[in-house]
Structure formats: C-alpha cells, structure tokens
Design a protein around this ligand. Structure first.
Ligand SMILES: NCc1[nH]cc(CCC(=O)O)c1CC(=O)O
Length: 294
C-alpha cells in the first residue's frame, strides 16, 4: 500500500506532510509526496486579499480530484470555506498550539510607540490597533520562513504569526503568547487536516484510525460558529474552542475600531454543532445590541 500526498512545497507544508506520514509509516503504509504550486506560492508578494478565495488549497485539492494524489494535507484554517462536494475531511491530527504569538523583544504592552509590527491578517491588525493604536503596522507576506527572515533582518520590531508555525519549524526565537481572550485565534488555527475523495473507502478507513476525535469536534464547533457569523477564510472574527471531558468552552471576538466584542461561554451536554451555533448566535445578538450591525 502506498498513499500519494499532495501539499504545497513550503517548509511548513513539508513538515506538516511529514507529521501525517509518521502516522502512516507506523501503520506500515508507504507514502509519496506530491508538491503542488498554488496561487499563494506563485504570487508571494501580492496581498492575500487581492488573490481571492482558495489561494492556499485550490490546486492541491484539484490534484486529489484529478487522481494525481490520494489525499491533500492542509493547515485547516486555510480551508474554512466549503470544499468540493466530491471531497471530504478524512482526519485531523491532534491540535498543535492554537495561539497567536508576538515575536519581539518586548511584549505587546511594553513596545515603544511607533514600533513597526508586521502582519497581513485583518483580524490581527484589528486586535492590535484596539490595544495599541500608537503602533506602526506594516504588511508582512510570504511563507513563514520568509517572514521570520524579514524579522531577523530587522525590518520589523515585531511580527505576529501562529505559534503552531514556530512549534513545527522548531525555531528558536523570543516570543510572547497572546491570550485567546485578548487576541482570539483564527478558527481551526494549529490543526492539520487530511482531505480525500468521498468514495475512496479503503483510504478513508486508514485515516479513520489516525483521526483525533476531540480535535475534530473542536474544529467543527469553531467552523460552525464562524459560519453563523458569516466569516469565511481569513475573517476578522476570532473563534476558539476547548473541550473538557464532555463540555465545550468557546470564545468569539472581533474588534471594530474603538470597540471590541468578546463572548465567552461554557456548553454542557451539547454537540459541537450546537455549541458552535449558540456561540455564533450570541455574538450576532451582541453586535446588534451594540449597534454595530443594524
Ligand atoms: N495564513 C497562513 C497560515 N496558515 C496556517 C498557518 C499556521 C499553522 C496553523 O495554523 O496550522 C499560517 C501562518 C500564520 O497564520 O501565521
């Protein structure tokens, strides 16, 4: 048995594939890596907002649909919009650190005024300006290793990225973890997902053994909450769920100029769909009450 795995060729993407391969090799299954170039790789200097939807995953998933590969491996937060009806989620790996981090020599509240902070995420920009409207936010694009290089070269006083990236690349750098109540991560951040063809029962079964059930439930709750509030890929709204035994704990938050709306709640005896839906609905109610949406 040999499984062909499609993914992007960036350093982070290759490591993510190796993490999936480790599980397969333990089951005695051989693997083959198939590198796919996506829009995000071909236009590394363009702002993501200009490239449109599906920049990280479209071509990778297409390789699976075309039977050039058996499965696709992605950062799950890059596939928050609906996937093709002929594809489905086969498995998720246990979640890596889900938080955002500030890579800097000073923490968020000790940075000098006018410090140059790099991020291209609208969610991160909005949270940053909510806490510190005296900072100088500069765009920061490229693969994670490119972004780190720009920081080490001194182009920025700090950059904000996902902790999972540093964890997977095993980079040694000083950083500060951003509290999920203050800086709520993007839905599904830190989760690696394997996607395959709907009808391929043999391969689906193998990944069923690898799947981390709690992580999948958390991922579903976060996706459900985001779909209720109408956010897609790279939404300005952060969503974060944790699971304790049978209970879910959820945070949803977004900054609107000088205002920040954050809802936090525990959900007892509920499915991830129900918990996600309730959290999303409470957030919508709140932004209506606050006059943010009519
Ligand atoms: N948008 C790019 C992207 N997609 C996934 C990750 C991090 C890894 C993960 O969340 O699994 C990153 C980098 C970042 O947000 O800093």
């Amino acid at each position: 048995m040999r499984i062909r795995i499609a993914a992007r060729g960036s350093k982070l993407s290759r490591i993510q594939v190796m993490m999936v391969e480790n599980y397969l090799h333990k089951l005695g299954i051989e693997t083959e890596f198939i590198e796919i170039k996506t829009k995000a790789d071909l236009f590394q200097n363009e702002p993501l907002s200009k490239l449109g939807k599906g920049v990280f995953e479209k071509e990778v998933n297409q390789a699976v649909l075309d039977n050039k590969a058996d499965v696709a491996v992605h950062s799950m937060k890059d596939i928050l919009t609906e996937i093709s009806e002929n594809l489905e989620i086969y498995a998720v790996l246990p979640r890596d650190p889900p938080f955002d981090i500030l890579i800097s020599r000073k923490n968020l509240f000790n940075l000098e005024p006018n410090s140059i902070i790099g991020t291209s995420s609208i969610r991160r920009k909005n949270f940053l300006t909510f806490y510190r409207n005296d900072l100088n936010i500069k765009d920061l694009r490229g693969n994670i290793d490119t972004r780190l290089k720009k920081y080490f070269e001194g182009q920025y006083d700090g950059i904000i990225i996902a902790e999972a990236s540093i964890y997977r690349l095993k980079e040694q750098v000083q950083y500060y973890r951003l509290d999920p109540h203050l800086f709520t991560p993007e839905a599904n951040q830190g989760i690696i997902v394997v996607i395959g063809r709907k009808k391929d029962e043999t391969i689906k079964k193998i990944f069923n053994e690898i799947n981390d059930k709690d992580t999948l439930e958390i991922a579903i709750a976060e996706r459900k909450a985001l779909s209720i509030v109408g956010g897609g890929c790279h939404s300005p709204i952060g969503v974060y769920f944790e699971k304790y035994d049978k209970d879910f704990h959820g945070i949803i938050s977004s900054s609107f100029g000088r205002k920040k709306i954050t809802i936090e709640e525990y959900f007892h005896n509920m499915t991830p769909y129900e918990a996600g839906e309730l959290l999303g609905k409470r957030f919508l109610e709140e932004i209506k009450n606050e006059g943010i949406i009519p």
